[in-house]
Design a protein around this ligand. Sequence first.
Ligand SMILES: Cc1cc2nc3c(=O)[nH]c(=O)nc-3n(C[C@H](O)[C@H](O)[C@H](O)COP(=O)(O)O)c2cc1C
Length: 215
Amino acid sequence: MGVYVLGIAGASGAPYARRVLEQMLATGNEVKAVITDAGRKVIEVEEGLLLTGNTEADTPTVLDWAQASDYAGNFELYHHKDVAAPIASGSFPVDGMAVVPCSGGTLGRIAHGISNGLLERAADVCLKERRRLVLVPREMPVSLIHLRNMTAVTEAGGVILPASPGFYHNPTSISDLIDMVAGRILASLGIQSSVMKPWLGPDPSSYSTNEEGIQ
Ligand SMILES: Cc1cc2nc3c(=O)[nH]c(=O)nc-3n(C[C@H](O)[C@H](O)[C@H](O)COP(=O)(O)O)c2cc1C
């Protein structure tokens, strides 16, 4: 199986990161994770999870959060300022990286090669080594600056995968919406997962009927 980097930046959408992490590990991959300071703040706000910034102390908390404690041997958490971590070098082989969610700030830094922290450096490495890089921005509306930064990343070989779930698979829960985005992220990295539900055409049983029973 593969080795994947998961970056978590400070945009809304921590549940997407949780599900992607769980599925990356559950499908037999190794995961190297890095969370920005703002990423930790958003996880706290959205998931009620308090991370200290001490990676050793935070590792079991993150695994527990993702319901992935069984895969502890395949998981490593790095500090955002640890630019000497293995994933900061192109000589360390990884199969791809996703930034889930990706803030406008992190998008901008990646688009311009400003590798101040480990997350941006690991992304920069993926681009220069021509490895798969998937960014999952969550912002609305977007400015011309965001659009230009998305264009720059795309031109450099990255994939922009906005966190915008569709409704054509008739979701009935928030989990369904999370899975739709998580499944597409995993598929973009080439990870086979049952979370990815391919579109097989409309389900007639989901159509509403009128009083005469006519659809
Ligand atoms: C609760 C919360 C939600 C946020 N949501 C977003 C968002 O959806 N998109 C975004 O680009 N920034 C969002 N931000 C702002 C970023 O966290 C902020 O710009 C931060 O500096 C980004 O840092 P990073 O790129 O190092 O993670 C949010 C901040 C907080 C505290």
